[in-house]
Each structure stands twice: as structure tokens, then as C-alpha cells.
Design a protein around this ligand. Structure first.
Ligand SMILES: CC(C)(COP(=O)(O)OP(=O)(O)OC[C@H]1O[C@@H](n2cnc3c(N)ncnc32)[C@H](O)[C@@H]1OP(=O)(O)O)[C@@H](O)C(=O)NCCC(=O)NCCS
Length: 174
């Protein structure tokens, strides 16, 4: 991401991911509790996390934010928004949080602010998202951000190891 938006919420600072975030990202990319329903497989070597961060740095279309918890000055998760390759005209959101920081409202707080940023600064009005049926926590974040269930479908892990039944959501802003 070549732009430098910095967004403040009550408890978080949202800023572009950098290579300095590799250790933090690896701490949850390598945790099966976090990666179970993600399209990527559980990371076993930090070089894979570094490669992923490098790919986000050259991607001009997707915005990837690190979530910095103000009270600990610690990166606890990441979230993205960018054009969706399947739902043309829609921007997709994605997110993951370190397991120790689940169930405190941080992801919803971050993603609401990222959607607001995309709407106000980038003119994005159509948002979409999907989650595995067996991963309802992710759906709760979508609903709290204002997305509505649209249809069922399925998706496969990038390495083809597993297929998940999924719920697809969307939202159209005025
Ligand atoms: C998806 C994921 C980020 C959701 O985490 P989460 O902790 O449930 O979401 P939030 O951080 O928004 O926290 C919301 C929960 O905190 C609770 N909460 C506790 N204190 C709160 C506070 N002060 N303010 C707001 N909510 C609070 C809310 O009630 C809510 O619980 P609920 O969903 O049971 O109603 C997390 O489960 C994760 O990283 N999963 C693995 C990766 C993943 O699946 N990503 C999405 C792929 S589609």
C-alpha cells in the first residue's frame, strides 16, 4: 500500500502495514485458532509472513491496515479493503486478530472505521464479505459493520486442502 492514511478510533490506531509488523503478524498467522477458516494455511516460517507483507506493499489496489492497540502500543491484528475480483464493483473486506484480543470489540471498531474511510475518502459505496458458516464470529463483525446476508456459497483454501460452506454478505451505501 503506497498511501499513508492513519485512522484513530477510541482504542486503536489504524495505519499501513510495514515490514516491522512481521513478528506481530506471524504471531497469529502461525496460530491454527486464527488461521482455521482463512484462505491461507497456517504459516510455519516467518519468511512467509514477510513475503505476504511485501506483496501488500506493492499492491496499489488493496488497503491493508495494522491495528495498533493504543494502551499497549502493540499490533494486535490486520484488516483490508480492496476491489473484489468476483463481485465486480464491490470492495471486499478481510481481517484477523491475535487470539488473545478476541471478544473485546477491537475488530468491529477497526473495520467500521476502515469502511468509513473507504466511503468518505475513496468514494467506495459497495462492500462485500464472506465467512465460513462454522466461523460465525466473523459474520458478527460483518453484521455490526452494517453488511447484510445475501447468499450461501463455498470457498477453498488457497492450497486446496479444504472447502468451506460460506455465507456471503453485502452492503450498499448511499
Ligand atoms: C473474526 C475475528 C476477527 C472476530 O473477532 P471478535 O473478537 O469476535 O470480534 P471483535 O473484536 O469485533 O469483538 C466482538 C465481540 O466482542 C464483544 N465485546 C466485548 N467487549 C466489548 C467492547 N468493549 N466493545 C464492543 N464489543 C465488545 C462483543 O460483544 C462481540 O462479541 P459477540 O460477537 O459475541 O457479540 C476473530 O475471530 C478472528 O481473528 N478469527 C480468525 C480470522 C478470521 O476468521 N477472519 C475472518 C475471515 S472471514
Amino acid at each position: 500500500m503506497n498511501k499513508e492514511p492513519i485512522i484513530h478510533t477510541d482504542r486503536l490506531i489504524l495505519r499501513p502495514i510495514t515490514l516491522d509488523d512481521a513478528d506481530a503478524c506471524f504471531s497469529w498467522n502461525s496460530d491454527e485458532r486464527v488461521t482455521k477458516y482463512m484462505s491461507y494455511s497456517t504459516i510455519t516460517d516467518i519468511s512467509q509472513t514477510i513475503d505476504w507483507i511485501m506483496s501488500t506493499l506493492v499492491d496499489e489496489s488493496e488497503w491493508n491496515f495494522a491495528f495498533v492497540l493504543k494502551k499497549e502500543n502493540k499490533v494486535i491484528g490486520t484488516g483490508s479493503i480492496g476491489p473484489n475480483s468476483k463481485m465486480i464493483g464491490y470492495w471486499g473486506i478481510g481481517y484477523n486478530l491475535h487470539y488473545d484480543y478476541w471478544n473485546k470489540g477491537y475488530c468491529t471498531e477497526a473495520m467500521k472505521a476502515i469502511i468509513d474511510f473507504a466511503y468518505k475518502k475513496l468514494g467506495v459505496k459497495k462492500i462485500c464479505a464472506s465467512h465460513a458458516v462454522d466461523n460465525p464470529r466473523s459474520g458478527n463483525v460483518m453484521e455490526k459493520c452494517g453488511l447484510k446476508f445475501d447468499h450461501y456459497g463455498e470457498y477453498m483454501k488457497l492450497d486446496g486442502s479444504k472447502t468451506f460452506k460460506a455465507k456471503y454478505y453485502k452492503m450498499e451505501l448511499e
